[in-house]
Design a protein. Sequence first.
Length: 296
Amino acid sequence: MSTTQIAFLKGHGTENDFVIIPDYDGRIELSPAAVARLCDRRAGIGADGVLRVVRSAAHPEARAMDGEAEWFMDYRNSDGSIAEMCGNGVRVFARYLRHAGLVEAGDLSVATRAGVRQAHIAKDGPDGTPGGITVGMGRAVLPEGEVTVTVGGRSRPARNVNMGNPHAVTFVGHLDEAGDLYTAPGVAPAAAYPHGANVEFVADRGPRHVAMRVHERGSGETRSCGTGACAVMVATARRDGLDPAVTGLPVTYTVDVPGGRLVISEAPDGTVEMTGPAVIVAEGAFDPSWLAAALA
Ligand SMILES: N[C@H](CCC[C@H](N)C(=O)O)C(=O)O
């Protein structure tokens, strides 16, 4: 790690917050312990995860990907683990690229470990309000087989939905039924989720309108989970007997998360799009020796 200060920014998408580390040439090695320290809300900067901003040409995984994406989003969970994809993270990543003057409003591609994702940054409003960001989230995969979620000693049937990362979606009458979510809900069978799962609890709010809470793999309960909201939308649409691939009609749901609101659509070709806000709230720098000392 270099001896000079390391620049960072803080950003969030519906209060799913991230430490953003511009590292265009891919020179900063972030160990899991370093990520956990950065995300520590007392001894570190504090976040649900880290977004390292690397030119695709400077990252071996991104270089090997198809598709023209100049930038690679190196997402890490707050425990330091690596996840395939982060939907709120892509919006915040796109917001950073615009904030740094690296892209204009409009369309852009972002390389992620789940593949290249297309994003669109809407123009700012006349009053300067930042435009919303829409992300193409790919297609949901719904593996066959019953899965269950257990919390507070009660097991409920759930829907296995993969958005590039794994989710277990269960429906409740009231979001309080999810309990305190300090510990990860049980998910079974373990074989359905060999690398763990993000677990979403969903309550109805009206026609094509739900609210959710989530316990994220590697981060705990967060105020929002973009891939989770997409998994919730698809699971709810199927519960409601709606499958655009069958009806030939797109379907849109509003998904309220504790940190705000996301609008998610599924097209007849199965592709899912998510629209929501993304905000850069602060910029700063830290001395890498702080990180090194913290890890000694
Ligand atoms: N907050 C992220 C999800 C991170 C998923 C991560 N917890 C995992 O291990 O899959 C989102 O907005 O999609």
